[in-house]
Design a protein around this ligand. Structure first.
Ligand SMILES: [Zn+2]
Length: 84
């Protein structure tokens, strides 16, 4: 079972919409900025310690790829991708 299938089974909501080919999204195509996320917590800080990159839109149920800080890129003067 793939992680996407695991996430789908955890949330128990089937969707035919799959936006993972669009790459990491901060906002679903439906306009929602809320996602269902499988996360774990840091025992020292009690904050989110990490999360599985497969998520689902809370509004429409579409499968999405969740963003990370590493997703922030810009093009340098030669048109090459540079990670911020
Ligand atoms: Zn959506």
């Amino acid at each position: 079972m793939s992680k996407s299938e695991q996430v789908n089974s955890l949330f128990g909501v089937h969707s035919n919409e799959d936006h993972t080919s669009l790459g990491p999204l901060l906002e679903c195509l439906c306009g929602s900025e809320m996602f269902m996320v499988a996360a774990w917590f840091d025992p020292d800080t009690r904050e989110i310690g990490g999360y599985i990159l497969d998520g689902k839109c809370l509004q429409c149920g579409a499968v999405v790829q969740l963003p990370t800080p590493m997703d922030q890129v810009e093009l340098d003067e030669h048109g090459e991708v540079r990670y911020i």
